[in-house]
Design a protein around this ligand. Structure first.
Ligand SMILES: Cc1cc2nc3c(=O)[nH]c(=O)nc-3n(C[C@H](O)[C@H](O)[C@H](O)COP(=O)(O)OP(=O)(O)OC[C@H]3O[C@@H](n4cnc5c(N)ncnc54)[C@H](O)[C@@H]3O)c2cc1C
Length: 318
């Protein structure tokens, strides 16, 4: 193994860092813990520290630790939009849980209001909101991530998360206590600063008849099941749609459906999905992504941009 690779794989935590994290989180911190089980692709090497954070005060404490120790960190939501390198992630990877998973739905002045912690799953949020008659919630149904990840990504379909957001609270190393921020939303990204971790969100919807909202959501979920390989490990659409076109259409027209690289395969059902069909590595997926991108560029002169976030250490040798 080269010296550069060895350095990239070396933990950034010393014994004092490990003791400090164990003192705060007890059994909720794991060292050299594999990230793969926490991603929808089931891919990714170990995190130096993987921490489950359950309250805003714990998150503030972790932020202060990272600030003081100058420790890199990364917040993982449902892991449904990330490709984690085979070399894993240096520093602290944190996942929100406990109180961050709460969802409360109320009706206020004829609108459906959803107060959700950042770790709440979109499945729970959309089901509860639909039962209260939240108009438009169907556009967010079937998205497998969390509220926090979906806000950062401005996830959605014909309508997006940002269309419904009323308030956002965040925490960060330089400002650890929860505070409200104003965020702007664009196609699959937002102006949320890199260092801001979403801790809770309030969404607001027009109110409609609940039966109709639930029915629309149901038919969208059926459509998804018929057109996307939702039972296989993948991360949804890999590339953003270019202006005025669809990435899936271009990839299919380039003849890439069914292409394989190691254990990774371009889905025969939906060309913008890459499935982990046989113990794929991050390297397999990254190689396939590059091949697809090159072919689409050579054939159609379109430079596809990644929607999935590539994070951690990508190495040829581990
Ligand atoms: C089968 C399938 C279908 C999908 N369909 C859609 C779709 O229709 N539309 C769509 O837009 N996407 C879709 N996706 C992609 C993905 O589900 C969304 O992007 C989702 O919003 C990501 O949420 P997550 O919690 O999994 O985020 P992660 O993948 O964990 O993280 C994504 C990014 O958000 C950041 N993040 C996570 N939590 C927080 C937080 N609390 N605060 C700040 N930043 C945070 C991470 O650091 C990372 O940069 C699909 C994925 C799959 C597997």
């Amino acid at each position: 193994m080269s010296l550069t690779t060895a350095r990239a794989l070396q933990s950034l935590l010393d014994a004092a860092d490990r003791d400090a994290l164990s003192a705060i989180f007890g059994e909720r911190v794991q060292f050299d813990a594999p990230i793969a089980p926490h991603t929808s692709w089931k891919i990714g090497g170990p995190a130096d520290a993987l921490v489950q954070v359950e309250s805003e005060s714990e998150l503030a404490e972790l932020m202060r630790f990272c600030f003081k120790a100058q420790m890199p960190w990364f917040v993982l939501g449902g892991g449904s939009n990330v490709l984690v390198g085979d070399g894993g992630m240096r520093g602290v990877v944190l996942r929100l849980g406990g109180g961050f998973a709460a969802v409360a739905v109320r009706v206020d002045e004829g609108r459906v209001i959803v107060d959700a912690g950042a770790a709440a799953g979109m499945a729970a949020v959309t089901a509860k909101a639909a039962s209260a008659g939240a108009a438009g919630i169907g556009s967010l149904s079937g998205i497998p991530g969390t509220v926090g990840g979906s806000l950062r990504m401005n996830a959605g379909t014909d309508r997006e998360m940002g269309d419904f957001v009323r308030d956002v609270w965040v925490q960060s190393p330089s400002k650890p206590e929860p505070h409200a921020v104003s965020v702007q939303y664009f196609y699959r990204h937002s102006t949320l600063a890199r260092e801001e971790i979403v801790s809770r969100v309030t969404l607001a919807f027009e109110r409609a008849e609940a039966g109709g909202v639930r029915q629309e959501m149901k038919s969208r979920l059926v459509r998804r099941k018929n057109t996307q390989p939702i039972d296989l490990p993948n991360a949804g659409s890999c590339f953003r749609n270019p202006e005025g076109d669809k990435a899936a259409r271009l990839i299919e027209a380039a003849g890439a459906k069914g292409w394989r690289e190691g254990g990774a395969e371009v889905s025969p059902l939906h060309a913008n999905f890459i499935n982990n069909v046989a113990g794929a590595s991050a390297k397999d997926v990254a190689t396939l992504l590059a091949r697809v991108r090159r072919e689409v560029r050579d054939r159609f002169g379109v430079d596809l941009q990644l929607e999935v976030h590539l994070v951690g250490v990508f190495v040829d040798e581990t």
